[in-house]
Design a protein around this ligand. Structure first.
Ligand code: SF4
Length: 466
């Protein structure tokens, strides 16, 4: 995650492994995916009879401790780290969502964003004052629980439009589902005596699971003591994996579609060196996502790679924000230049994206104040011109600096000596997959799933229609 990337979305984990410490496995699965959401964390477990949920605002390590994990015993569990892409940051909106019909219960974690939330809410009479699309889906499923969560899911999932990966559970079974376009990643792993699912393979690695395969677009999977079962709940019209998973969202050690994210980022940097060369003394990354790409840029350009910016890895989402006076004095919570490393040097600075432009401008200024002779900013994707409606929190079109400024105007705004973006074709080529396997809407405005007017983050917080 670089300086000013769009905000991340959510991390999912699920495990079915009787006899194992499932709450601890879920904890570590979430811990590995902390980068995907830092506002709240939660998990649900079941011992076959009762479903327990624990969730709270904060980082995974702030939410859970030994005592809470000890109370969360069971044979299966799901977990969620959240960044709010719909609804506000409140405890109620933390996940997993929990619903019961009095006899049977379900818990659900969602990664993505639905685009037909209003229609679903209206059609379903908006069950139980849902304030997020995830809570709404959980409520709709709960109404059909008598038939069991498998049948309920097969009936409800085809009506959902937009981006969704779900991990779900009832008292006995773990479920995983992925939208027909496969906008968000979801992988299955094998444990010695069970299975797990995770948004990213780095979470499978941390619990010692062996990667089996990705959940297919339009697929519903159920895992219990009868083993894994699979059904297609909808045809996949085309694939549209969010290409930003490669550019900045996923962790560099995760594998998506069989390719390591680090390798793709290195190729992004290599292509950037060809498309946007410059004369300089040192290539530096904006940590952390810039590292792999900066290596690639250095390899092709022959310009030495170095570290010029330090990131405080423990900032996360701190609840203690700097006061206005500290902010005015330029307190740098996240990134700080290393003056001795950069003084007098012409720098190529590799970052993953420019959103509003304000953070990039601060970085350029901080590097100059620390003694850089020249700052050449290079971005590993094309200009972001369109907002995302599929689960990545971006500002409105109006606030995106590239929506109405040319590259030269953005360069002037951020104060860099030069500015270069990677082309769309260059970015796609680095993935090794065809262009039409990806959603690239924030760059080219071609939304793979139609976005109805009024689809926005706080949709369900408006008064219900009568
Ligand atoms: S619009 Fe951009 S950020 Fe959103 S899913 Fe598509 S590629 Fe990803």
């Amino acid at each position: 995650m670089g300086a000013e990337s769009p905000k991340e979305e959510c991390g999912l984990f699920g495990v079915w492994a009787p006899g194992e410490d499932v709450s601890r496995l879920t904890y570590f699965g979430l811990f590995a995916q902390q980068h995907r959401g830092q506002e709240s964390a939660g998990m649900a477990v079941s011992d076959g009879q009762h479903l327990l949920v624990f969730k709270e605002l904060g980082l995974v390590s702030q939410v859970f401790n030994e005592a809470t994990l000890r109370t969360l015993q069971g044979d299966l569990g799901i977990g969620h780290t959240r960044y709010s892409t719909t609804g506000s940051t409140t405890w109620e909106n933390a996940q997993p969502a929990f619903k019961t019909d009095g006899e049977r219960s379900l818990a659900l974690g969602h990664n993505g964003n639905l685009v037909n939330t209003a229609e679903l809410a209206e059609r379903s009479g908006r069950p139980a004052a849902a304030t997020t699309d995830s809570d709404l889906v959980a409520g709709i499923l709960a109404r059909r629980l008598e038939a069991g969560l498998w049948d309920a899911s097969l009936a409800v999932l085809p009506d959902l439009r937009g981006a969704f990966c779900f991990v779900m559970m009832d008292e006995r079974s773990l479920y995983a589902a992925r939208d027909p376009y496969g906008l968000r990643p979801l992988s299955i792993g094998k444990l010695p005596n069970g299975y797990c699912v995770a948004s990213e393979t780095c979470a499978l690695d941390i619990v010692g699971a062996t990667f089996i395969r990705d959940v297919e677009p339009g697929e519903l999977i159920r895992i219990d003591d009868r083993g894994p079962r699979s059904a297609s709940f909808a045809e996949s019209p085309r694939k549209a994996l969010c290409i930003f998973e490669f550019v900045y969202l996923a962790r560099a050690d995760s594998r998506i579609q069989g390719t390591t994210v680090h390798e793709v980022r290195r190729k992004l940097g290599r292509r950037l060196a060809v498309e946007a060369p410059t004369q300089a003394d040192m290539v530096i990354p904006v940590p952390d996502t810039g590292h792999s790409a900066a290596q690639g840029y250095a390899e092709v350009s022959g310009i030495p790679y170095g570290e010029g910016l330090m990131k405080n890895r423990y900032v996360g989402r701190t609840f203690i924000q700097p006061s206005q006076s500290l902010r005015e004095r330029g307190v740098k919570l996240k990134l700080n230049p290393i003056p001795d490393a950069i003084r007098g040097k012409r720098l190529v600075v590799i970052d993953d994206s420019i959103v509003r432009g304000t953070t990039t401008r601060q970085i350029v200024q901080a590097l100059r104040e620390a003694g850089a002779a020249e700052v050449h900013t290079r971005i590993t994707c094309p200009p972001i011109k369109w907002p995302c409606f599929y689960g990545i929190d971006m500002p409105t079109r109006h606030e995106l600096v590239a929506s109405d400024l040319s590259v030269e105007e953005i360069r002037r705004f951020v104060g860099a000596d030069s500015l270069g973006y990677l082309s769309l074709d260059g970015m796609v080529a680095a993935t090794g997959a065809p262009k039409d396997d990806f959603c690239r809407a924030c760059f080219d405005g071609e939304y793979p799933i139609e976005v109805p007017e009024g689809a926005g983050k706080f949709l369900l917080e408006q008064p219900a229609r009568s």
